[in-house]
Ligand binder design. Sequence first.
Ligand code: NAG
Ligand code: NAG
Ligand code: NAG
Ligand code: NAG
Ligand code: NAG
Length: 589
Amino acid sequence: MVMAPLPQPWPHWPFLSLFLILFSCESNLHCRNGVEATQRVFLYPQSPKVSSIVSKAYRTGYHFQPPKNWINDPNGPMYYNGIYHEFYQYNPNGSVWGNIVWGHSVSTDLINWIRLEPAIEGTTPSDINGCWTGSATILTDDQPVIIYTGADTEKRQVQNIVLPKNRSDPYLREWSKPKNNPLIQPVGPGLNSNQFRDPTTGWIGPDGLWRIAVGSELNGYSAALLYKSKDFMQWTRVDHPLYSSNASNMWECPDFFAVLPGKNNGLDLSAAIPNGAKHVLKMSLDYCDKYMIGVYDLKRDMFVPDTILDDRRLWLRIDYGNYYASKSFFDSNKGRRIIWGWTNETDSTSDDVAKGWAGIHAIPRTIWLDGDGKRLLQWPVEEVESLRRNEVNHQGIELKKGDLFEIKGTDALQADVEIDFELTSIDAADPFDPSWLLDTEKHCREADASVHGGVGPFGLVVLASDNMDEHTTVHFRVYKSEQKYIVLLCSDLRRSSLRPGMHTPAYGGFFEYDLEKEKKISLRTLIDRSAVESFGGGGRACIMARVYPTATVDGATHMYAFNNGSSTVKVSQLKAWSMRRAQVNVKKG
Ligand SMILES: *[C@@H]1O[C@H](CO)[C@@H](O)[C@H](O)[C@H]1NC(C)=O
Ligand SMILES: *[C@@H]1O[C@H](CO)[C@@H](O)[C@H](O)[C@H]1NC(C)=O
Ligand SMILES: *[C@@H]1O[C@H](CO)[C@@H](O)[C@H](O)[C@H]1NC(C)=O
Ligand SMILES: *[C@@H]1O[C@H](CO)[C@@H](O)[C@H](O)[C@H]1NC(C)=O
Ligand SMILES: *[C@@H]1O[C@H](CO)[C@@H](O)[C@H](O)[C@H]1NC(C)=O
């Protein structure tokens, strides 16, 4: 994903910098049906004053972020010669979007990061107006290459590459631009040159040629355009897209990868794909990351989804909360696929200016396909567990309707909690209404944690102030639909902060679950000061959220397990840990 600058409405603004407080204002198209997705545009008007002083307490302790300033999309993640690389859209000069370069950090464990100098800056005619999102590919002779979107002198979106200057440098600090950039121009009938960006990692087809897909608007529809190349330098467009859809008009940040049902080992899309593998096309639109599962028809060189849903509100989502522009990579170190996503601030832009930073990346997640082939599962990479300390352990706690059990003994501001909720009865499950699928946020608002149901709501209350004036809930409800059980995971932020002007939705996602067999539902929540990242049903539904409680600033918050459903639920296992602060970009490499 990229954000394109408007034609400068205040051509003089750089000279006002001392007095200028920036705030951004986005064209609004938030997951609304019937609203055509348009390119996000950030304005930079002048604001009279900083409205609030915000505390350092909101800065996360173990999520990825640079020491200061604005970040958005993760870019070009890869594992190369023993090192993980994470690049990111970065404004080196402030905590609002602008002046974007490719920030660069390296790690050996995906949790502790060393900060390097920016890897790509806009210096040539093919990226002078922007160096936006792209991907890394490791070519057959172990040659890493990054392909990214540049905004050229005419502000058209073009695709460029960079190569490491010195492959023996373990950190690949410096990257050089070959003379033949741009490699791909926005030409051809029906192609919008302002909606042509975010190339994927390359993969090799059966003909031995490299392929990439580029997010675009083609004849007013969204398409992942397919390009082929022998050498990653000269590209030709294939006469049909990898996949296109008229349910929307632009996809950002497409991601294309292979997965094996029921197996959490990842696949390298360029390697021989085993029988039974499925393919996933992920796309970013409506401020959400959505995906389709299907097969890659090698003869037609096309992605064929298993089911096509005309209403894009029904498309599956990587995360049902604040999570966008994700990108995955195959980790050859541990044989897994890992996905990174961007989570923005939901306080005000003047708060971001006062904080001096904005944007984090969600904890990298292992991603794989459920055994039934219908849904992706995600789980925080195991390395994050190295931050756990002071384990608290409980078993066999009965939660009757209205019960609240305080989880004591952990740092409630920086914690990792895993709970198994065992259902004593599922007969009382309320009937499911499929129309809820069209607006899960509305359903989470209407059927919130205080509305008693047959089975649920039950779950966690986190970042709660002493008197519960402020709290965030993460909870389940169980519904019955014909022979199936459908579980709802909600993360309700509406009472997360007493501070005015925060964006506090109630997020939600549904998933089918074989409760007759499983009998219990697990919840894992990572709490990190202003981040609440939840994984329901073993990672079947994930919700990333940002919250800014005043209680965080005062330092005293509480965490509870609760049940507000008629049926008793049993916490068969509860483990909670305080999380140490990780070394995130504090050290310069
Ligand atoms: C950041 O600001 C400095 C000083 O104004 C300027 O020289 C530099 O080019 C800016 N960097 C970017 C990436 O815009
Ligand atoms: C490349 O990197 C290696 C390892 O850091 C270093 O020894 C070598 O001098 C570098 N070569 C050049 C040309 O900079
Ligand atoms: C959208 O695509 C579907 C199938 O791909 C087609 O049946 C339908 O007519 C198209 N709608 C429009 C408005 O073009
Ligand atoms: C960022 O935050 C705002 C709320 O301040 C929200 O409306 C928007 O959709 C968020 N996401 C992205 C991807 O910009
Ligand atoms: C449970 O329900 C009661 C009554 O509706 C409500 O007062 C309470 O806040 C609810 N608990 C949670 C955690 O929301």
